[in-house]
Design a protein around this ligand. Sequence first.
Ligand SMILES: [Zn+2]
Length: 88
Amino acid sequence: MVTINVKCRFCQQTSAVSKYGVGHGGHQRYRCKQCCRTFQLEYTYIACKPGIKEHIIELAMNNAGIRNSARMLHISVNAVVRTLKTYT
Ligand SMILES: [Zn+2]
């Protein structure tokens, strides 16, 4: 197994991250041995990017409509609805 210098998105660990094949969009996928989660550095699908979920929630708190939020973040209405459902 090759270990590269990639920081884990979830536990901020650098030493435990190794390559884990390629994601659907053709980007390199990584797996953290520390927390056993997989992630990518680049995503084809914007709604999967780190920080987007927080953004959706923030917009919802500020009374931005679902359609508005989706348009502002360039993601689908379904992605917004799904995210809000898992957090409420
Ligand atoms: Zn981790």
